[in-house]
Design a protein around this ligand. Structure first.
Ligand code: ARG
Length: 596
């Protein structure tokens, strides 16, 4: 009967149990799909349930209970099951046998991916996230995009898709004209402003990142107050976009200086991109695109501007047209996003482009996606806005510094690191490590706290940034999960020192069985996270795995077990838990230290 468990080598329990129930439904003359098995609503009764008897009753003209009874009867003696109980009107509560659990545990232990499957047909997916703006320090507003986008990039890659990530810098548009004119006020004698200058322009940048960060807010405030300053900035923007040599040379300096600072910020955060493109890269496509869209009647003139109407009949709210070119010929944010779709489709032909951007830009993306579809640019490319809510301060408004300014990302990370050190001291952790090791651990704990908190919220909802809560070593937090992984690592080291090795898993105690079930749920969590683009399925999984391990560890002595086979089995469970926990943490962008 060994073959009964063969399917468990490659599929999670719920798939294999579901297939067995499917065959039972079929033999009762019903659709096999009714056999689908899912985690139980009442795990205290049984770990899984099947509701197919209720769903199939009407079509079959039988009572759910009769169907359930027939299904259960036909599974009589199947070694996959330890219990099949009919509850209420016809739910089937399902308990897998220990043989099934052990077979599944053996498969997970033998698999480098700890049970994680790959998609059947890998796709090429482009991920647009991060989206910081040139000349402005990256701030917490870009933090969520970076954290969620990076988790999705790791997840999609892990599932087998080909992922191309693009930071998509905000390096075009009015803000560039604002900085150019702002700098001109402060240093009018620079050659970049002299239209008669014949070059070559200086190689060194006339500004540092700090200069840019000071110039931009001043210039932007001035433009808000003074229409003449705004007109000046608009004019400079237009001239830059038309290729005025001095402005382009200056803009390149702004770009290089910013990119260097941004790369350092992202590296510290542990986030990377395949492409460092920006809005400006799509600029060369705009003229031709506008001309073609006009010729085909997709774009039309409206009060001097060129627009693409995107409203549809059954719209519940009014959707204004996308403005392709303003009456002065200037391109806008939507223009670059549309041209970027063209650039991406031509260059990479992705099956899907995901935009991980604040949900407040929902209308913008709705307009851009509709325009792209209308223009036939994205016939073979799915476009999705992966919208997320805001990270708020204690006052419920978007997070700010005490002084009311935007908080720089690097400052936020530093604050979190300092807090992590305090917490580690209070909890008596990492005390015996060297100073350098302590710093490394503090950074890992700080990032774990920030990232885990961000990813564990449903991405569409707003949440309040509460560093104290995110930083505790108890409860559903990043630091707790790192600590959980560190504990297993230390157990494995002790075992190795004692000459004890992991062996075949026999899940006998109820805590051992619960741990195997928790491990088996990895694939389910991955599917949920992937299908819904929702990393919180993975944070939930990591947490439930860590708590299942902790309950097991409290109830079942590992190195202290008398029977060598039991000890080896428990070490096998520990090794498997560690492998899967590290995979899950890795997908979330978290890294556990060796010790702390
Ligand atoms: N730079 C933009 C901002 O700071 C985000 C860019 C998002 N990506 C895009 N393709 N529009 O709001």
């Amino acid at each position: 009967m060994a073959d009964a468990f063969a399917d468990l080598a490659a599929r999670p329990l719920e798939d294999v149990l579901g297939a067995a129930l499917g065959r039972a439904f079929e033999s009762a003359g019903l659709d096999a799909a009714l056999g689908a098995v899912k985690p139980a609503a009442r795990p205290d009764l049984a770990p899984f349930q099947c509701n197919g008897a209720l769903a199939g009753a009407k079509a079959a003209g039988k009572t759910p209970r009769d169907i359930a009874e027939a299904v259960v009867a036909s599974l009589e003696g199947d070694p996959l099951f330890a219990g099949l109980e009919i509850a209420g009107p016809g739910f089937i509560n399902i308990t897998p046998s220990q043989g099934a659990l052990d077979a599944r545990a053996a498969a997970l232990a033998a698999d480098d991916r700890a049970g994680a499957l790959k998609v059947e047909t890998p796709r090429r997916v482009m991920l647009d996230f991060g989206g910081p703006n040139v000349a402005k320090a990256m701030h917490v507003g870009h933090l969520r995009s970076s954290i969620i986008g990076d988790a999705l990039q790791r997840l999609f890659r892990f599932r087998g898709d080909e992922v191309i990530s693009d930071v998509h810098l905000g390096d075009w548009g009015l803000q560039m004209g604002q900085i150019i004119t702002g700098l001109q006020r402060e240093q009018p004698d620079l050659p970049y402003f002299d239209a008669g200058f014949e070059g070559p322009y200086p190689e060194a940048s006339p500004v540092t990142m700090e200069d840019l960060q000071a110039i931009y807010p001043r210039a932007s405030a001035a433009c808000k107050e003074d229409p003449a300053r705004l007109a000046e900035a608009q004019q400079a923007t237009r001239e830059l976009q038309q290729g005025r040599a001095g402005y382009v040379a200056l803009w390149r300096h702004f770009l290089n200086v910013s990119i260097e600072a941004l790369k350092a910020d992202f590296a510290r955060l542990g986030v990377s991109f395949d492409l460092w493109k920006g809005e400006s890269d799509a600029d060369p496509l705009i003229e031709d695109m506008a001309e073609q869209l006009t010729r085909r009647g997709v774009a039309v003139e409206d009060q001097g501007a060129l627009v693409i109407p995107v409203a549809e009949e059954d719209d519940k709210k009014e959707l204004p047209p996308l403005i392709l070119l303003k009456s002065d010929g200037a391109a806008l944010y939507a223009t670059t996003d549309l041209a970027t779709i063209l650039e991406r489709v031509r260059g990479w032909a992705p099956a899907l482009i995901l935009y991980v951007v604040d949900k407040r830009q929902g209308l913008h993306f709705e307009q851009v996606f509709r325009a792209a579809k209308k223009a036939g640019m994205a016939d073979r490319t799915g476009l999705e806005h992966i919208a997320y809510g805001t990270m708020n301060g204690p006052d419920g408004k978007p997070f700010k510094t005490r002084a009311g300014g935007v908080l720089k990302l690097s400052d936020l990370i530093e604050t979190a690191e300092a807090r992590a050190r305090e917490r580690m001291k209070e909890a008596n952790l990492a005390g015996e490590l060297s100073e350098a090791e302590q710093s490394a651990v503090a950074l890992q704990v700080a990032l774990a706290a920030i990232k885990f908190a961000d990813l564990s919220h449903d991405r569409a909802t707003d949440y309040i940034f509460d560093l104290d809560r995110f930083m505790t070593f108890e409860g559903k937090t990043g630091p707790y999960l790192l600590y959980a992984a560190v504990r297993v690592k230390s157990l494995m080291r002790k075992a190795a020192d004692a000459g004890a090795a992991p062996g075949p898993i026999r899940a006998e105690a109820k805590e051992e069985q619960a741990l195997v079930l928790a491990l088996d749920a990895f694939e389910r969590a991955l599917r949920g996270a992937y299908d819904k683009r929702a990393p919180n399925f993975l944070t939930d999984h990591a947490y439930s795995l860590a708590t299942a391990f902790s309950a097991f560890y409290a109830a079942c002595p590992v190195l202290g077990a008398d029977d060598p086979a039991v000890r080896a089995s428990r070490l096998g469970l520990a090794a498997l838990t560690l492998k899967q926990l590290e995979l899950a943490l890795g997908l979330l962008g978290l890294e556990a230290p060796e010790r702390m």
